[in-house]
Design a protein around this ligand. Structure first.
Ligand SMILES: Nc1ncnc2c1ncn2[C@@H]1O[C@H](COP(=O)(O)OP(=O)(O)O)[C@@H](O)[C@H]1O
Ligand SMILES: [Mg+2]
Length: 354
């Protein structure tokens, strides 16, 4: 059987009036991959998804699914199903009729509809609610109904736009796990839009980081987390994200706020200003380290976050527990030279240090 659900975007540009919403987007999504489009609000994620769905067309570029150019194909010819943030259920129809709707539109034989609806509803565990209307369902049940409606036709592409964001925190975590299981069982390509990096990290096989209408990085969650390829991605991923600290580099000597630190090896970068990225968990207290002043400590439950004043900056450090109380107290810090990320001060691009 030939692979199904490979999506390729080439040089995609989308403008709204004079506003450039997407600029030169290149993306290859593999069959049955769970692929996340992650980025802050307004970065172009929904616009990209709508182009894949056929709800909108690009101003430039091409979009292919399994090698077929569908850039201007109507949604009905694309074999896609989409789940929206607000579920978009038909309020006057029962759950059964909502789920059956795409089958009826596709003129599926009436005799098969009941069985397919029941099967889809069972997969998301709402088969006991088929007679109800959306208004008689909880938020979580409505969301399941929207999912059932999307999977009932067994589409080639499963497109989800922030499908969990209307659920409360507890339900969101539970549904996240089920969604991943569902996608694995269905064996279908999923493109998942979210601004929530934890969702993207936990759900996605790979993801694209969107910022201001461009893609900054594409990779597995581990690649993006461990090797952000630019300072913008570094400053976005992680909770809290890494500390971004201006420094000066000369050979293998890094100078931060007047304190010198020796790197393992010379990164071979021209001497001058650089940007250091360091995760809160990679800092440690070290009597020989760079002195900082405790500004505020936050109890995060399992860990503590120390907010430390380094010059004019606040640096965040994660510790297992803290008995400090005196704000203003000196806290000397250091980091393993292998734990830092370096970025070119001008381009913001990653400089390989390790
Ligand atoms: N139909 C539209 N008309 C004008 N501007 C739009 C339209 N759709 C989206 N935009 C703008 O394009 C940008 C990207 O939007 P969107 O793709 O919805 O972002 P995201 O989903 O990442 O939050 C935003 O600045 C948004 O205001
Ligand atoms: Mg959006």
């Amino acid at each position: 059987m030939s692979p199904k659900g490979r999506v390729s975007l080439r040089g995609i540009r989308k403008e709204f009036g004079r506003f450039v919403a997407l600029d030169d987007i290149d993306l290859d999504i593999e069959p049955v991959e769970f692929f996340a489009l992650l980025g802050p609000s307004g970065s172009g994620k929904t616009t990209t998804l709508r182009l894949v769905a056929g709800l909108d067309t690009p101003d430039e570029g091409t979009l292919t699914v399994d090698g077929v150019d569908v850039t201007f194909a109507p949604p009905g010819e694309r074999d896609v199903a989409m789940v929206f943030q607000n579920y978009a259920l038909y309020p006057h129809m029962t759950v059964r009729d909502n789920i059956a709707f795409p089958l009826k539109m596709a003129k599926a034989p009436a005799s098969s509809i009941d069985e397919l609806v029941r099967e889809a509803a069972a997969k998301v565990r709402i088969d006991h609610l088929l007679h109800r209307r959306p208004g008689q369902l909880s938020g979580g049940q409505q969301q399941r109904c929207a999912l059932a409606r999307a999977i009932v036709r067994k589409p080639k592409l499963f497109l989800l736009d922030e499908p969990l964001s209307n659920l409360d925190a507890q339900l969101r975590l539970e549904t996240r796990v089920e969604l991943k299981k569902l996608q694995r069982n269905l064996n279908v390509t999923a493109i998942y839009v979210t601004h929530d990096q934890e969702e993207a990290m936990t759900l996605a096989d790979r993801m694209a980081i969107f910022l201001e209408g461009t893609i900054k990085q594409i990779g597995t969650p581990a690649e993006v987390f461990d090797h952000p390829n630019c300072v913008e991605v570094a400053a976005f991923i992680g909770s809290p994200p890494m500390n971004i600290i201006p420094a000066a580099l000369n050979g293998r000597t890094l100078t931060i706020e007047g304190h010198s630190v020796a790197l393992h090896r010379d990164p071979g970068h021209p001497p001058g200003p650089v940007i250091v990225g360091i995760r809160p968990g990679s800092l440690r207290i070290d009597p020989e380290g760079i002195p900082t002043q405790l500004y505020l400590q936050e109890n995060m439950g399992e860990t503590w976050l120390l907010n430390l004043k380094l010059g004019e900056m606040i640096v965040k450090m994660r510790v297992a527990h803290s008995e400090r109380s005196a704000e203003g107290e000196t806290v000397p810090i250091s980091f393993a030279p292998g734990a830092i990320h370096l970025f070119d001060a001008e381009t913001g691009l990653r400089v390989q240090v390790n």
